[in-house]
Design a protein around this ligand. Structure first.
Ligand code: ZN
Length: 364
């Protein structure tokens, strides 16, 4: 009895000390993040050029959807090295746990390029975006939220805003194909350790979703929580290289408006400005080429320390064509828009920046 208990205890400790992703990466298999899972090439079947191998760090298990094998870290070592159970355990015990994958995984996380989707992935993104759009009009809380933030219906439609109700996407895909692709894209994920038969969880559940649309197709999504609970991040975005939100609104324009946040972006569109947002304060230099035609790029930055720092960074990247517009009283563009007189105040600021000699045009 004792030996069995000891052994089970040892096995559990082995699993704990050797995270599944580390064990697999140690065999030279590159894993990249796809939602809650990590995906890579399966070593157990030939012509493995697709990422069939799925690794679920939360449940410490792996599964190949091509050859239908799977298990835990010990099973992986057994198969990989043709070992028995005990030998595989000993092999694991002999290897010190090391944080090899952290860097590999984070590099992989950056590698997902949302402007490079397979046909299957693009169709799925379009489907999800359409389902979210329909769901928005059925959810009064979401509509109220958008209206309270000053976003009119025409912008909701034009930008394809949606709402993830937490079940429609899974229900729709369950009777078709695409559940797996939705998981690879990060739209659906396993609900946790003991998921016996439970539906997959929707990544954006309970959130307003804002798509980045290219040529009429949804290539990426970011979601805003309806509440302001400290227990949920305000924003969740599909992981990978963030595309510029509003790319097509700005490319080829002579005047462009760089805004920080998602709702600042929606406000700018409401005011019919050619606006884009990096959805954060970082915009890699090798993706600024789309601004080549812009003679002036107004940086509409939050009137706080972070906005100040971001302005200096963008100025370095964009050179003399960059003109920061400092919004008053530490507010962002969406805050300003909801104040009485906010919109004319913004256009006065803009006119002053256009004509620094004081020849202000009334604009709005
Ligand atoms: Zn396989």
């Amino acid at each position: 009895m004792t030996s069995i208990t000891t052994r089970r205890h040892d096995v559990e400790r082995l699993r704990r000390e050797h995270p599944i992703a580390d064990v697999i990466a140690r065999y030279g298999i590159e894993l990249r993040q796809a939602g809650q899972a990590l995906v890579g090439r399966c070593p157990f079947h030939p012509d493995s050029d697709r990422p069939n191998l799925h690794v679920y760090p939360d449940s410490a298990r792996w599964f190949c959807y091509r050859c239908s094998t799977g298990g835990d870290a010990i099973d992986f070592v057994r198969r990989q090295e043709h070992l028995g159970f005990v030998e595989a355990c000993e092999r694991l015990m002999a290897v010190p746990a090391h944080p090899l994958t952290k860097a590999k995984v984070s590099r992989a996380r950056r590698e997902r390029r949302w402007d490079r989707l397979t046909l299957e992935e693009q169709i799925l993104m379009n489907t999800a975006c359409a389902l979210y759009q329909h769901a928005l009009w059925r959810e009064p809380r979401a509509l109220t939220y958008l209206r309270e933030r000053g976003i009119p219906d025409w912008v909701i439609r034009r930008c394809g805003l949606g709402y993830a109700d937490g079940h429609s996407l899974e229900a729709y895909l369950r009777h078709r194909s695409g559940l797996r692709t939705a998981q690879e894209l990060g739209l659906l994920r396993k609900p946790g350790q003991r998921d016996g038969g439970k539906p997959l969880a929707e990544f954006f559940s309970g959130r307003i979703v804002v798509p980045e649309i290219r040529a009429g197709q949804c290539v990426w999504l970011i979601g805003r929580d309806l509440g302001d609970s400290p227990h949920h991040p305000k924003y969740l975005a599909l992981s990978g290289e963030r595309p510029v939100l509003g790319f097509e609104r700005v490319i080829g324009q002579r005047t462009a408006f760089l805004v920080e946040g998602v709702f600042d972006y929606l406000t700018a569109i409401t005011w019919r400005l050619a606006a884009f947002s990096p959805c954060g304060t970082h915009l890699p230099a090798d993706r600024l080429g789309f601004l080549a035609r812009a003679e002036v790029i107004y940086g509409v930055l939050d009137g706080d320390m972070a906005g100040e720092a971001a302005g200096q960074r963008f100025r370095q990247q964009l050179g003399p064509r960059f003109h920061p517009l400092r919004l008053p009283d530490g507010c962002d563009l969406n805050d300003l828009a909801r104040r009485p007189g906010g919109r004319p105040a913004f256009f006065r600021l803009l006119a002053a920046a256009r004509h620094p000699q004081g020849k202000e045009n009334s604009h709005a």
